[in-house]
Design a protein around this ligand. Structure first.
Ligand SMILES: NC(=O)c1ccc[n+]([C@@H]2O[C@H](COP(=O)([O-])OP(=O)(O)OC[C@H]3O[C@@H](n4cnc5c(N)ncnc54)[C@H](O)[C@@H]3O)[C@@H](O)[C@H]2O)c1
Length: 435
């Protein structure tokens, strides 16, 4: 049994806290939100859409293995291992530069409560070098203790996806890198005992920080490549899905899926931790541009199909950044709404996972009641929730065309409803399918 503190009980921190508590550890969570703390202490789950989390929290709180507090210092004082999952916010209007205030205040709290021998693990995604050079020194300064000597300091990226956090925590290898070997060894031992045998130790905290950024850059660049090829495929009259399926049958080829942009907390954001640093980063920067420009491509494709969009109603299906999650952070729906509005369209958004008020905050008209839609000029599939499978395409008023931005909809269903099907990377068939 280990005494563990998790700072930041959000979409990532709370599942981490609940999972460690469910494995017989004594966990205290610290969060600045009184509402979150009260909910956890009442055995309730303040987060939607995270399978098995509500049951885990109520069981762990009832057993006395999980509690929450607003005092970081008190939580740290009671713990031997401290895991940090408070957000590092980035500002798109300021070149995606990070704002450190939440993390810095968490470090001050750690500095007040820390004792000799505490293992501090930063799991919030960070620019390379921040664990050692920016955040560790705040703890040192506050506590008078030395990182790597008096307390142990490690970076270990959180690699999971919301809506499947517990599942991913249990199945993905845990990468750890400390500010020195003693720190790394302590973190490897902790994760092996408390989470998984599958721990990958790298030699420095910087390598662990970069590993998370590298995952994001890799996926962003790969998707940008798929998008570029998708547009070429359209011009050539071939179907990119078929091309990728065939190309990926070669074991070294792993081309991702094209689509109308990339959203979420990680892939559209963390590449900037590389792009904004000196060094070779042209490809990472270009990939960001290509993926963000897919929203403009959508407007262009629609204009080509139905003429100018001025005054026309376009329905976007899915505000979420990906299917089946209630999460609109950096969703490509935001760029899509902007691009369609810029082209003159009136943009309606339908997403059953969000309320009308939540949708309206993104500047679009909520269209939660599909039976009350005005005549549509087009429908754009932005995120394909499972529930959309039941959609009665023939009942949508007036729309001639569906643009499938995720290559997710069955073309036959659209065409059976008498509508035209258009998808990113699917050109007109110029060659008979049987040839
Ligand atoms: N959400 C994802 O999909 C995802 C995926 C992988 C990694 N991550 C990493 O996890 C981090 C946290 O993300 P999240 O989705 O859990 O955020 P979140 O916004 O859901 O939750 C953050 C929590 O931290 C609390 N908080 C803020 N400042 C605090 C402070 N000073 N002290 C204590 N608590 C504080 C907030 O009240 C909130 O409850 C991200 O910055 C990212 O690096 C997120």
């Amino acid at each position: 049994m280990t005494n563990i503190c998790v700072i930041g009980l959000g979409k990532m921190g709370l599942p981490v806290a609940a999972l460690f508590a469910s494995r017989g550890n004594r966990v205290v969570g610290a969060d600045i939100s009184q509402k979150v703390v009260d909910a956890v202490n009442a055995g309730q789950c303040p987060i939607d859409n995270e399978p098995s989390l509500p049951e885990m929290i109520s069981a762990a709180v009832a057993k006395g293995d999980l509690r929450a507090t607003t005092s970081t210092a008190e939580a740290v004082q009671a713990s031997d291992v401290v895991i940090v999952l408070v957000p590092l916010l980035v500002d798109p209007k300021n070149g995606y530069e990070p704002t450190y205030s939440a993390l810095e205040s968490a470090m001050l709290g750690i500095g007040q409560g820390i004792h000799s021998g505490t293992l501090v693990i930063l799991e919030t995604t960070l620019p390379v070098g921040d664990t050692r050079n920016r955040l560790g020194p705040i703890i040192e300064h506050q506590s008078g203790l030395r990182a790597g000597d008096d307390f142990l300091l490690v970076f270990s990226p959180e690699r999971v996806q919301s809506n499947q956090v517990i599942k991913n925590l249990l199945e993905y290898p845990k990468v750890v890198g400390g500010v020195n070997q003693r720190s790394t060894d302590a973190a490897v031992k902790f994760y092996k005992e408390s989470l998984t045998e599958n721990v990958i130790a790298v030699s420095t905290s910087e390598a662990a920080e970069f590993a998370k950024i590298a995952e994001c850059v890799y996926r962003d660049v790969n998707i940008a490549l798929a998008n570029e090829m998708a547009l070429t495929a359209m011009a050539s009259g071939v179907d990119i899905n078929e091309v990728i399926m065939a190309a990926n049958s070669e074991p070294l080829s792993n081309i991702h899926k094209p689509g109308l942009g990339v959203g979420g907390h990680c892939i559209p954001v963390y590449p900037y931790f590389m792009i904004n640093r000196p060094g070779q980063n042209d490809l990472a920067r270009k990939a960001r541009q290509i993926n963000d420009q897919m929203a403009t491509v959508a407007a262009r494709l629609l204009r080509r199909e139905i003429g100018a969009l001025d005054g026309k109603n376009v329905l976007v299906l899915g505000l979420a950044y990906r299917a089946n999650v209630k999460e609109a952070t950096f969703s490509s729906a935001i760029l899509l709404i902007e691009a369609l509005q810029k082209a003159g369209a009136t943009v309606l958004v339908h997403d059953p996972l969000f309320t009308a008020e939540e949708i309206a905050r993104f500047g679009a008209e909520p269209a939660q009641d599909l039976a009350a839609l005005p005549p549509l000029a087009a429908v754009v599939v932005q995120a394909w929730h499972t529930d959309f499978g039941d959609l009665a395409w023939q009942d949508l008023p007036g729309t001639p065309v569906v643009l499938d931005g995720r290559n997710a909809v069955k073309r036959a269903a659209i065409e059976a409803a008498g509508l035209r099907y258009l998808a990113v990377g699917v050109g007109e068939r110029t060659v008979p399918a049987s040839v």
